[in-house]
Design a protein around this ligand. Structure first.
Ligand SMILES: CC(C)(COP(=O)(O)OP(=O)(O)OC[C@H]1O[C@@H](n2cnc3c(N)ncnc32)[C@H](O)[C@@H]1OP(=O)(O)O)[C@@H](O)C(=O)NCCC(=O)NCCS
Length: 182
Protein backbone atom coordinates (compact mmCIF):
# COMPACT_ATOMS: atom_id res chain seq x y z
CA UNK A 1 0.00 0.00 0.00
CA UNK A 2 1.14 3.56 -0.55
CA UNK A 3 -0.02 7.13 -0.04
CA UNK A 4 0.65 10.30 -1.98
CA UNK A 5 1.44 13.77 -0.72
CA UNK A 6 1.65 17.05 -2.61
CA UNK A 7 4.58 19.31 -1.63
CA UNK A 8 4.08 23.09 -1.52
CA UNK A 9 5.50 23.41 -5.05
CA UNK A 10 3.01 20.85 -6.36
CA UNK A 11 5.45 17.92 -6.62
CA UNK A 12 3.62 14.67 -6.00
CA UNK A 13 5.45 12.37 -3.60
CA UNK A 14 4.70 8.68 -3.04
CA UNK A 15 5.25 7.26 0.43
CA UNK A 16 5.42 3.48 0.64
CA UNK A 17 7.16 0.64 2.45
CA UNK A 18 10.58 -0.25 1.09
CA UNK A 19 11.01 -3.52 -0.89
CA UNK A 20 14.11 -5.58 -1.72
CA UNK A 21 13.74 -4.35 -5.34
CA UNK A 22 14.48 -0.82 -4.09
CA UNK A 23 18.19 -1.55 -3.53
CA UNK A 24 19.25 0.46 -6.61
CA UNK A 25 17.24 3.61 -5.73
CA UNK A 26 18.24 3.35 -2.06
CA UNK A 27 21.89 3.17 -3.15
CA UNK A 28 21.51 6.21 -5.39
CA UNK A 29 19.76 8.05 -2.56
CA UNK A 30 22.52 7.34 -0.05
CA UNK A 31 25.24 8.17 -2.61
CA UNK A 32 23.60 11.55 -3.20
CA UNK A 33 23.55 12.62 0.46
CA UNK A 34 25.97 15.37 1.41
CA UNK A 35 28.63 14.60 4.02
CA UNK A 36 26.79 16.82 6.48
CA UNK A 37 23.43 15.02 5.99
CA UNK A 38 25.12 11.61 6.23
CA UNK A 39 26.81 12.71 9.44
CA UNK A 40 23.56 13.96 10.98
CA UNK A 41 21.85 10.64 10.17
CA UNK A 42 24.58 8.25 11.35
CA UNK A 43 26.29 10.57 13.86
CA UNK A 44 29.49 9.41 12.20
CA UNK A 45 31.40 10.17 8.99
CA UNK A 46 31.30 6.55 7.79
CA UNK A 47 29.43 5.52 4.64
CA UNK A 48 26.99 2.60 4.55
CA UNK A 49 28.26 -0.62 2.96
CA UNK A 50 26.37 -2.47 0.22
CA UNK A 51 25.56 -5.17 2.77
CA UNK A 52 24.00 -2.61 5.09
CA UNK A 53 21.99 -1.14 2.21
CA UNK A 54 20.74 -4.65 1.37
CA UNK A 55 19.71 -5.06 4.99
CA UNK A 56 17.91 -1.68 4.88
CA UNK A 57 15.83 -2.74 1.86
CA UNK A 58 15.23 -6.39 2.80
CA UNK A 59 13.84 -5.80 6.22
CA UNK A 60 12.57 -8.20 8.86
CA UNK A 61 8.89 -7.32 8.67
CA UNK A 62 8.17 -8.73 12.14
CA UNK A 63 10.53 -6.20 13.74
CA UNK A 64 10.98 -3.35 11.29
CA UNK A 65 9.23 -0.91 9.01
CA UNK A 66 10.89 1.46 6.54
CA UNK A 67 8.82 3.98 4.60
CA UNK A 68 10.47 5.58 1.58
CA UNK A 69 9.44 8.80 -0.17
CA UNK A 70 9.86 8.81 -3.95
CA UNK A 71 9.08 11.08 -6.86
CA UNK A 72 9.46 10.58 -10.61
CA UNK A 73 12.42 12.37 -12.21
CA UNK A 74 12.77 12.14 -15.99
CA UNK A 75 10.55 9.08 -16.06
CA UNK A 76 12.47 7.26 -13.31
CA UNK A 77 11.50 6.79 -9.66
CA UNK A 78 13.88 8.71 -7.41
CA UNK A 79 14.09 8.09 -3.65
CA UNK A 80 14.17 11.34 -1.68
CA UNK A 81 13.76 10.15 1.89
CA UNK A 82 13.36 7.26 4.30
CA UNK A 83 12.02 6.87 7.83
CA UNK A 84 12.30 3.58 9.67
CA UNK A 85 11.72 1.96 13.00
CA UNK A 86 13.15 -1.20 14.52
CA UNK A 87 11.48 -2.85 17.49
CA UNK A 88 13.53 -3.00 20.67
CA UNK A 89 13.70 -5.87 23.13
CA UNK A 90 11.21 -4.19 25.49
CA UNK A 91 7.73 -4.94 24.09
CA UNK A 92 5.92 -1.95 22.56
CA UNK A 93 9.11 0.08 22.05
CA UNK A 94 10.93 0.85 18.81
CA UNK A 95 13.78 3.11 17.74
CA UNK A 96 13.27 5.40 14.73
CA UNK A 97 15.53 7.26 12.30
CA UNK A 98 14.84 9.53 9.33
CA UNK A 99 16.86 11.11 6.54
CA UNK A 100 15.94 13.16 3.47
CA UNK A 101 17.98 14.10 0.44
CA UNK A 102 19.51 17.55 0.83
CA UNK A 103 17.26 19.19 -1.76
CA UNK A 104 14.14 18.03 0.09
CA UNK A 105 15.05 19.25 3.58
CA UNK A 106 13.05 22.14 5.03
CA UNK A 107 10.09 21.61 2.67
CA UNK A 108 7.67 19.76 4.95
CA UNK A 109 8.55 16.25 3.78
CA UNK A 110 10.10 15.25 7.13
CA UNK A 111 6.85 16.20 8.92
CA UNK A 112 4.81 14.14 6.48
CA UNK A 113 7.10 11.09 6.38
CA UNK A 114 7.62 10.87 10.14
CA UNK A 115 3.85 11.32 10.74
CA UNK A 116 3.22 8.39 8.39
CA UNK A 117 5.77 6.29 10.29
CA UNK A 118 4.13 7.19 13.63
CA UNK A 119 0.69 6.26 12.27
CA UNK A 120 1.98 2.91 11.01
CA UNK A 121 3.79 2.26 14.31
CA UNK A 122 0.64 2.95 16.29
CA UNK A 123 -1.40 0.77 13.94
CA UNK A 124 1.14 -2.03 14.43
CA UNK A 125 0.65 -1.95 18.18
CA UNK A 126 3.74 -0.01 19.21
CA UNK A 127 3.41 2.14 22.31
CA UNK A 128 6.56 4.26 22.16
CA UNK A 129 9.09 5.44 19.59
CA UNK A 130 12.49 6.66 20.67
CA UNK A 131 15.34 8.21 18.74
CA UNK A 132 18.62 10.01 19.21
CA UNK A 133 20.04 13.02 17.46
CA UNK A 134 22.89 15.43 17.88
CA UNK A 135 21.88 18.27 20.18
CA UNK A 136 22.97 20.75 17.47
CA UNK A 137 20.62 19.19 14.87
CA UNK A 138 18.13 22.08 14.80
CA UNK A 139 16.04 20.50 12.03
CA UNK A 140 15.47 17.21 13.86
CA UNK A 141 14.81 18.97 17.17
CA UNK A 142 12.24 21.26 15.50
CA UNK A 143 10.59 18.32 13.72
CA UNK A 144 10.45 16.33 16.96
CA UNK A 145 8.88 19.21 18.87
CA UNK A 146 6.36 19.82 16.10
CA UNK A 147 5.14 16.21 16.14
CA UNK A 148 4.94 15.99 19.93
CA UNK A 149 8.15 14.17 20.89
CA UNK A 150 9.62 14.83 24.34
CA UNK A 151 13.22 16.02 24.05
CA UNK A 152 15.83 15.36 26.74
CA UNK A 153 19.60 15.74 26.80
CA UNK A 154 21.26 12.34 27.14
CA UNK A 155 22.43 11.93 30.75
CA UNK A 156 25.80 10.60 29.51
CA UNK A 157 26.48 13.15 26.76
CA UNK A 158 25.17 16.70 26.32
CA UNK A 159 25.95 16.47 22.60
CA UNK A 160 23.15 13.89 22.22
CA UNK A 161 19.43 14.56 22.59
CA UNK A 162 16.94 11.72 23.09
CA UNK A 163 13.48 12.00 21.54
CA UNK A 164 10.53 9.99 22.86
CA UNK A 165 6.89 9.87 21.86
CA UNK A 166 4.04 8.06 23.58
CA UNK A 167 1.87 6.79 20.73
CA UNK A 168 -1.20 6.26 22.92
CA UNK A 169 -1.49 10.02 23.25
CA UNK A 170 -0.62 10.80 19.64
CA UNK A 171 -3.19 11.27 16.88
CA UNK A 172 -2.35 10.94 13.19
CA UNK A 173 -3.94 14.20 11.85
CA UNK A 174 -4.85 12.77 8.46
CA UNK A 175 -2.00 10.26 8.11
CA UNK A 176 -3.24 6.87 6.91
CA UNK A 177 -1.43 3.73 7.93
CA UNK A 178 0.66 1.96 5.32
CA UNK A 179 2.77 -1.04 6.05
CA UNK A 180 2.51 -3.54 3.19
CA UNK A 181 5.35 -3.76 0.69
CA UNK A 182 3.76 -2.59 -2.66
C1 LIG B 1 15.80 16.30 10.21
C2 LIG B 1 14.92 16.21 8.95
C3 LIG B 1 14.35 14.80 8.84
C4 LIG B 1 13.77 17.20 9.08
O1 LIG B 1 12.90 17.07 7.98
P1 LIG B 1 12.47 18.38 7.14
O2 LIG B 1 11.62 17.99 6.00
O3 LIG B 1 13.70 19.14 6.84
O4 LIG B 1 11.57 19.16 8.20
P2 LIG B 1 10.23 19.96 7.88
O5 LIG B 1 10.44 20.79 6.66
O6 LIG B 1 9.08 19.01 7.89
O7 LIG B 1 10.17 20.92 9.12
C5 LIG B 1 9.65 20.53 10.39
C6 LIG B 1 9.66 21.74 11.31
O8 LIG B 1 11.01 22.00 11.67
C7 LIG B 1 11.41 23.32 11.28
N1 LIG B 1 12.75 23.19 10.76
C8 LIG B 1 13.18 22.44 9.72
N2 LIG B 1 14.52 22.55 9.56
C9 LIG B 1 14.93 23.43 10.52
C10 LIG B 1 16.21 23.95 10.87
N3 LIG B 1 17.33 23.59 10.22
N4 LIG B 1 16.27 24.80 11.92
C11 LIG B 1 15.16 25.14 12.62
N5 LIG B 1 13.91 24.67 12.33
C12 LIG B 1 13.81 23.83 11.29
C13 LIG B 1 10.42 23.73 10.21
O9 LIG B 1 10.24 25.13 10.17
C14 LIG B 1 9.16 22.99 10.62
O10 LIG B 1 8.42 23.69 11.61
P3 LIG B 1 7.05 24.49 11.17
O11 LIG B 1 6.22 23.51 10.39
O12 LIG B 1 6.48 24.88 12.49
O13 LIG B 1 7.52 25.62 10.32
C15 LIG B 1 15.73 16.53 7.66
O14 LIG B 1 16.14 17.88 7.69
C16 LIG B 1 16.93 15.63 7.43
O15 LIG B 1 16.83 14.61 6.75
N6 LIG B 1 18.12 16.00 8.00
C17 LIG B 1 19.35 15.21 7.79
C18 LIG B 1 19.32 13.86 8.51
C19 LIG B 1 18.97 14.01 9.97
O16 LIG B 1 19.33 14.97 10.62
N7 LIG B 1 18.25 13.00 10.50
C20 LIG B 1 17.85 13.00 11.90
C21 LIG B 1 18.64 12.05 12.68
S1 LIG B 1 17.60 10.67 13.18
Amino acid sequence: MSETWAAADGTIITIRPVCPEDLAIEREFVRGLSASTGYRRLMSARRLSLEELRHFTKIDQERELALIATTPVQGKERQIGVARYVRESSPGDAEFAIVLSDDWQGRGLGSKLLSSLLAAAKNNGLRRLVGTTMSENAGMLALGRKLGFKLARDPDSATITNLTIDLAGWSPKGASSIDDCR
